[in-house]
Design a protein around this ligand. Structure first.
Ligand code: UDP
Ligand code: MG
Length: 345
């Protein structure tokens, strides 16, 4: 991790040998309105970081606007830019994963394309990495330009999640973070398909720390996370790190039994006291309530079984259509890889 330059005027060659490489992964989905601004600001910010070389690795997550053409344009004129193009939209978390798979850097940073994560913060992350941290995540101390609904649901979600899971997932932290090479290598070994990348990063451990930043407003365009996707994301987060919901049925069962037992006692007392009750309403309430509880429990079971189903199918996580300035890397979960390739003759 030492990057001391011994001479004030090193030749190009010794300089590039000593410089460490910083890979910056940018997932992109229909962001043509922001890409030019992002490219300019990011390039300026990363070029200003002392003693590192950088590669900007865009993962085009099946954009249907002009994003890919714009990225291809950058990669033609700028050797720092690499592009991985997916064959369709596979989702933000999988785009990050493909970026981690293809990044070659000594440190890897994940950043959004919409300039909500300021590229200038990366210099602080690099400084912490040089202090010996393997994971430097960026904590949002302030979020601008996001609806109250989003802030409220996000805050509630992170707090519920932290109660349900046994590993420590930091609160108010997104996917904007730096990983050291060894942390990135560990991440590459985790091939689960319902991915909650920020949870996985907590799971790998190592020395982790935070830098604070103000989350800016989206530069242009709309969020690619509508409420439906957010809900799915929240469910993935909970189910991939906690089995507490599965225990809900047991707790509800205990509660219902206790209630039934107390009710039985009260019926017995009423009987002795000679009170006769018209029981229709009571029965209806009990039947519908328990029916509801049972369906909820079945639904929770379904969520987990659905995920088991997704995990056991040996499909690769993503399909790549095209690469620019970037070497093809085999997906470690590829079936051919897992079951051994046909022997070469
Ligand atoms: N993104 C992606 N695939 C998707 C959705 C989003 O690659 O299916 C990218 C998007 O282009 C952006 C980042 O993920 O760079 C974060 O998305 P967005 O800004 O829409 O999320 P928000 O900040 O609103 O939570
Ligand atoms: Mg955003």
């Amino acid at each position: 991790m030492e990057t001391v330059l011994h001479s004030d005027t090193p030749t190009e060659q010794t300089e590039s040998r000593k410089k460490q490489l910083l890979s910056v992964i940018v997932p992109v989905y229909n962001e043509e309105q922001v890409l030019d601004a992002f490219y300019e600001r990011a390039t300026a910010a990363f070029a200003a970081i002392q003693d590192v070389d950088y590669e900007l690795l865009f993962v085009d997550d099946g954009s249907s606007d002009g994003s890919y053409e714009a990225l291809e344009g950058f990669s033609r004129t700028d050797p720092h830019v690499g592009v991985v193009k997916f064959s369709r939209n596979f989702g933000h978390q999988i785009a990050i994963t493909a970026g981690l798979d293809h990044a070659r850097g000594d440190a890897v940073v994940v950043i959004d394309a919409d300039l909500q994560d300021p590229p200038e913060v990366v210099a602080d992350m690099v400084a912490k990495w040089r202090d010996g941290y393997d994971v430097v995540y960026a904590r949002r101390s302030h979020r601008a330009g996001e609806g109250r609904m989003k802030l409220l649901t996000a805050s509630a979600f992170y707090r519920i999640l932290s109660r349900l899971v046994s590993i420590k997932i930091p609160v108010d932290v997104g996917d904007f973070r730096l990983l050291s090479r060894r942390a990135a290598n560990e991440m590459r070994r985790l091939r689960e398909k319902d991915r909650f990348v920020r949870g996985l990063v907590s799971w790998i451990g190592f020395r982790q720390t935070a830098v604070e930043y103000d989350r800016a407003e989206r530069h242009a365009g709309d969020t690619k996370y509508p409420f439906r996707k957010m809900l799915q994301f929240a469910l993935d987060g909970i189910t991939s790190f906690s089995t507490v919901p599965l225990k809900l049925a047991t707790w509800l069962g205990y509660a219902a039994s206790l209630f039934a037992f107390l009710y039985l006692a009260s019926v017995f007392v009423q009987k002795l006291a000679g009170i006769t009750v018209d029981g229709w309403a009571t029965i209806m309430v009990a039947v519908t309530f328990l029916g509801g509880v049972q369906l909820i429990c079945l639904g929770i079971l379904g969520e987990y079984i659905g995920r088991i189903f997704t995990e056991i199918k040996p499909r690769p996580m993503y399909v790549i259509e095209d690469l620019h300035n970037c070497e093809a890397v085999r997906d470690p979960s590829d079936a051919a890889h897992r079951f051994g390739e046909p022997a070469a003759r």
